[in-house]
Ligand binder design. Structure first.
Ligand SMILES: *Cc1c(COP(=O)(O)O)cnc(C)c1O
Length: 386
């Protein structure tokens, strides 16, 4: 029998990291000593108190059953507490917060709740690939908002045509940004809200990196602004803040109608998050500030080692104020793919080519600070010898 996939699935490019993983596996099989600065997956373990909470909760038979689709009230309450403390934003835990099986799950499903065939979803480029791909899978039309260095990697909303704006139902924004590590201030979010209200657009703000910041900077939430809840939801995750990428726990919060629609869609797809993970999530959110401070200090040292080293090699790298990525122009006349192939072949270093995040990422490379400082220094030595 000939197996034919859905047209929308065929429209997707192969998942970027799958290709990189294949090349990495091959290099490992050849016994080479790779330094992997490719994937944005923390190398540090989940803090002990969170693992202990999971261990304890996992022993309780009451947690072995189907979880509530809407998530445990205790988890939603703790999310509301966290938002109040961190952003001074009040959220109703019953209607304005919905736990997700990792924020990617919600990001990938929200287009299905809102896009009809042909509806536009505005997506940044370069960007986390899920925004664009989810819009395509849902039958929507992704329209790219270029993130250009001369605009500090913020989208220029005035470049979106009237025809596009009128067809748009959803837009994704993500600051602190993956992959560019750019940040946004409240003035930017204010403009986004104004634009969204004018054209009836649901704003999906991805705040996965809000806690990884340096030099005294604290990234804001769009929900801090008056009127934000009329148009916006925010996606959040335990993954990067607490080194919990494998656990799959996050949430969406903000506009209650949007939260309810995504909840309705999801109730037909999944059956909630394992309760023991939600209980561990409560413990994570209750962690003392010192936990995140020391994590940020670790990344800051790595950031300074990598950016300092690249600068010494004549790269135009700059120290970001948030995220664990260094996004920099490649100072050679070659494509980002060719550069990353060369880096892997000649220096056993894995980095992510900018083009993997969209065509406006061409000419750039992303280094993730997910290796210890010594490894990063070794990577710089190898690059110096290239
Ligand atoms: C890592 C990442 C996420 C996904 O987080 P999960 O909660 O693990 O699904 C979402 N958005 C961006 C931009 C990310 O880099």
């Amino acid at each position: 029998m000939r197996i034919e996939t859905a047209k929308n699935l065929r429209k997707l490019p192969p998942y970027l990291f799958v290709e990189i993983d294949r090349a990495k596996r091959q290099a490992r099989q050849e016994g080479r000593d790779l330094i992997d600065l490719g994937i944005g997956d923390p190398d540090l373990p989940t803090p002990k108190h969170i693992i202990e909470a999971l261990y304890k909760a996992a022993q309780e038979p009451v947690n072995h059953r189907y979880a509530l689709d809407a998530g445990m009230p205790k988890f939603r309450q703790e999310i509301a507490n966290w938002y109040r403390k961190r952003f001074k934003v009040c959220l109703d835990e019953d209607t304005e917060i919905l736990p997700l099986i990792g924020s990617k799950e919600g990001i990938a499903h929200i287009p299905f709740a809102f896009l009809d065939t042909g509806d536009v979803c505005l997506v940044p480029d370069p960007a986390y690939p899920a925004y664009r791909n989810a819009a395509v899978l849902a039958g929507g039309v992704p329209v790219v908002m270029p993130l250009l260095e001369e605009n500090n990697f913020l989208p220029d909303l005035s470049k979106i045509t009237l025809t596009q704006a009128k067809k748009t139902k959803l837009m994704f924004i993500n600051y602190p940004n993956n992959p560019t590590s750019a940040i946004a201030d409240l003035a930017f979010y204010k403009n986004v809200i104004k634009f969204a209200r004018k054209y009836n657009i649901i704003v999906c703000s991805d705040l996965a990196y809000s806690e990884l910041s340096y030099d005294g900077y604290a990234p804001p939430s769009i929900l801090e602004l008056n009127g934000a809840k009329e148009v916006a939801v925010e996606f959040h995750s335990l993954s990067k803040t607490y080194n919990m990428t494998g656990w799959r726990a996050g949430w969406v919060c903000g506009n209650r109608d949007v939260v309810a629609a995504l909840g309705k869609f999801k109730s037909n797809i999944d059956s909630g998050i394992f309760q023991a993970i939600q209980i561990a999530g409560v413990e994570a959110l209750k962690s003392p500030a010192s936990l995140i401070n020391s994590l940020c200090n670790v990344y800051k040292e790595r950031r300074d080692a990598l950016v300092g080293g690249l600068k010494n090699l004549g790269w135009p790298a700059q120290a970001p104020r948030a995220t664990f990525y260094i996004w920099t122009r490649i100072p050679f006349k070659m494509s980002s793919i060719d550069f990353c192939r060369l880096l892997l072949k000649k220096a056993d270093i894995v980095a992510t080519p900018g083009i993997g995040f969209g065509k406006y990422g061409e000419g750039y490379v992303r280094f993730a600070l997910t290796q210890n400082k010594n490894k990063i220094k070794e990577a710089i030595r190898r690059m110096a010898a290239l």
